[in-house]
Design a protein around this ligand. Structure first.
Ligand code: OGA
Ligand code: MN
Length: 225
């Protein structure tokens, strides 16, 4: 399941974009950049996801720690497939995530240790209710969330927006609605930023990943984690 970044770092975007993403993340807890990913990489990842889907590599996944599988569909209706570096597009994405991991650690001292990511396919009618990406109450693990979209285009009436709130106790309107357009990048603090995927009116493909710290065992660094 873990896609360990066993790849050389190679930036996904220029240093200006990287700097503005990191500045926004530090200031507000989230950052959004349109057309952040190269369209060729987006297309290659879309083809990879389609091939995995044809090969029945997607499944329902499980949301939350210890949650019954039967609760999953009420929270998220989507299927996922973990990246494992199994083709050039995945390797390129993981090399980009590795470059971003190093920059995040250098600029924000986050001590991020590894990256895991999955493709997610939301069918028409698919959604993911409001949630935080980090499991509450457990040891720290997911710290920074990374989301990008692999749809070939996305219309104003296609639904499927990502809604983001600034704080866990914000009950009102979201701070921002983001259309899942190809190449848009969203970065969020996993433990702080609630978000949801509104029902999509057509198939919606995303790629979500998480930079994690080593949770350790009993406060001791666990090199086997
Ligand atoms: C997730 C998630 C958002 C999106 O996978 O945890 O919140 O827009 N995805 O696909
Ligand atoms: Mn999420």
């Amino acid at each position: 399941m873990l896609a360990l970044a066993d790849v050389s770092p190679r930036p996904l975007f220029g240093t200006n974009l990287e700097a503005s993403v990191i500045e926004a993340l530090a200031e507000t807890g989230w950052a959004v950049a349109e057309n952040a990913l190269d369209p060729e990489l987006v297309a290659a990842l879309r083809h990879r996801a389609a091939a995995l889907y044809m090969a029945n590599a997607f499944d329902d996944g499980r949301v939350g720690r210890g949650e019954a599988l039967t609760d999953g569909p009420r929270i998220r209706r989507a299927e996922i497939a973990w990246l494992n570096g199994g083709d050039a597009a995945e390797t390129r994405l993981l090399a980009g995530a590795e470059a971003l991991r190093l920059t995040l650690n250098r600029e924000l001292f986050l001590g991020l240790f590894e990256f895991e990511a999955h493709f997610a396919r939301y069918p028409a009618g698919g959604f993911y209710r409001r949630h935080l990406d980090a499991f509450a109450g457990g040891p720290r693990s997911r710290v920074v969330s990374f989301v990008t979209y692999l749809n070939d285009d996305w219309g104003a009436n296609d639904g499927g927006e990502l809604a983001i709130w600034n704080h866990a106790d914000d009950e009102g309107a979201p701070a921002l609605l983001i259309a899942p357009k190809p190449g848009t990048l969203v970065v969020m603090l996993s433990e702080r930023i609630p978000h949801e995927v509104r029902p999509a009116r057509r198939e919606r493909l995303s790629l979500s990943g998480w930079f994690r710290v080593n949770p350790g065992v009993g406060g001791v660094l666990d090199l086997a984690a």
